[in-house]
Design a protein around this ligand. Structure first.
Ligand code: CTP
Length: 401
């Protein structure tokens, strides 16, 4: 694990605050320098003294103090660490962050930082699932904040549900997964990515194709390579430069894409971002189909093509993580959920496509669907979506092993 060297830990008010003491202990054991800010709410649960005893340094509190500002101003405080971690993150601090408020040291530091920010929410399950909290989380994710999702279980209030702060060990994994601080967290992992359209020939000059630009798949391949993975990109006809440090294999139709994907196994990660043609003409004419008469109607019969992602998911050498995309024009989430199961993918990224959506555009909005979670990622560049997916992948491998 490649961990950051220093962390600014913000402890807000929650029963889970006691877990941040264990978290500090784990970070210190890894040699991480920890500076803490305890909010007023956090100080209701644990004391600055207990925090300082573990960090070995001064603990800051909510209030602006002239001495603190002279020693280290809030701007500097927010920037000296490699990472800002809010754990536990209460509903209140999440709302403040989403609104961009700066009414105390914590919120000011969060606004002033130029470092990656992670939040580990902790709250009652009703508070977590409340539309206002979910709206704030969606906003924070869009702002680039990394979410360490809360888990399900019994709560201090006696109720049961999702809202418990992630365990300190999981938070350590999330810290190690940060691309900015983790160096090459996917070094040693092999990845196969499909991208762009496939075409099926009707005759030597005509084909059945689709409007995929390949932008999303290429961005995923680049982000995986940047994280240190050994990436093979299988791509159809696209008008894009090859990603750096990636092995690119050009393919035409569904069958050759599957053959190339199978040949690239074994791999740890498979991401199917290609828009694979679903049908092929039952016969590919060896010569150009000629019109006998200008009014001739041409009728073609189509057969289904092979399903690349489903075949890879069933392969005896199945990669540990198989990710598909679902391009939908209606009932996006329901169709994508069913598609994930039908194709045997671990995750599916659902996106709405249509005349002015997704295909060919530089931005995309997706929902990541797994067997256990659904996370909506609001409109962002395809590059940002790719980077977010890769952070999720890194986190997945760190937690799984
Ligand atoms: N896919 C594939 N092989 C196919 C068709 C699709 O590998 N023959 C993959 C795509 O790369 C994507 C996922 O399956 O990761 C879903 O593709 P999509 O076009 O959304 O779904 P379809 O399988 O075409 O289903 P439908 O046409 O019913 O929406």
């Amino acid at each position: 694990m490649a961990l950051p060297k220093s962390v600014l830990l913000i402890i807000s008010g929650s029963v889970a605050s006691y877990k941040s003491l264990e978290l500090i202990r784990l970070m210190r054991a890894e040699g991480i320098t920890v500076t803490a800010i305890l909010t007023k709410g956090g100080a209701e649960f644990i004391t600055p003294l207990a925090v300082s005893a573990l960090t070995g340094t001064k603990t800051y509190t909510d209030l602006f103090s002239l001495t603190d500002e002279t020693e280290m101003g809030h701007i500097q405080l927010s920037r000296v660490a490699d990472v800002v971690l809010v754990a536990p993150a209460s509903a209140n601090i999440i709302a403040n962050m989403a609104a961009g408020l700066s009414n105390d040291l914590v919120t000011t530091a969060l606004l002033a930082t130029n470092k990656p920010v992670l939040i580990a929410p902790a709250m009652n399950h009703k508070m977590w699932s409340h539309p206002a909290t979910q709206r704030n989380i969606t906003q924070l994710i869009a702002d680039g904040v990394q979410l360490i999702a809360p888990t399900a279980g019994d709560m201090a209030c006696g109720e049961t549900g999702v809202g418990r702060m992630a365990e300190p060990a999981s938070i350590m994994h999330a810290l190690a997964a940060l691309p900015a601080t983790g160096g090459q967290p996917l070094a040693g992992k092999r990845a196969i990515v499909t991208s762009g359209p496939t075409i099926e020939s009707i005759d030597p000059v005509r084909y059945l194709g689709n409007r995929s630009s390949g932008k999303q798949g290429h961005a995923v391949a680049q982000a995986l390579a940047d994280a240190g993975a050994d990436v093979t990109l299988l791509c159809g006809e696209v008008n894009l430069p090859n990603p750096h440090g990636v092995k690119v294999v050009r393919i035409h139709n569904a069958e050759s894409m599957l053959a190339a994907a199978t040949a690239a196994l074994p791999a740890d990660i498979f991401v199917g971002a290609a828009a694979v043609a679903d049908w092929k003409p039952s016969i590919t004419a060896p010569q150009k189909i000629k019109k006998q008469n200008v009014l001739d109607i041409l009728t073609l019969e189509f057969l289904p093509t092979v399903d690349v992602v489903a075949s890879i998911a069933q392969n005896p050498q199945r990669p540990a993580l198989v990710v598909g995309f679902a391009a939908e024009t209606e009932n996006v989430i329901e169709h994508a959920r069913a598609k994930r199961q039908r194709k045997g993918c671990d995750w599916i990224l659902a996106n709405e496509v249509g005349a002015a959506l997704a295909f060919g555009m530089d931005e995309n909005t997706v929902t990541l669907i797994s067997a256990t979670e659904e996370e909506h990622w609001p409109l962002a560049s395809k590059r940002a979506i790719a980077e977010k997916l890769v952070s999720k992948i890194i986190q997945h491998f760190n937690t799984a092993h």
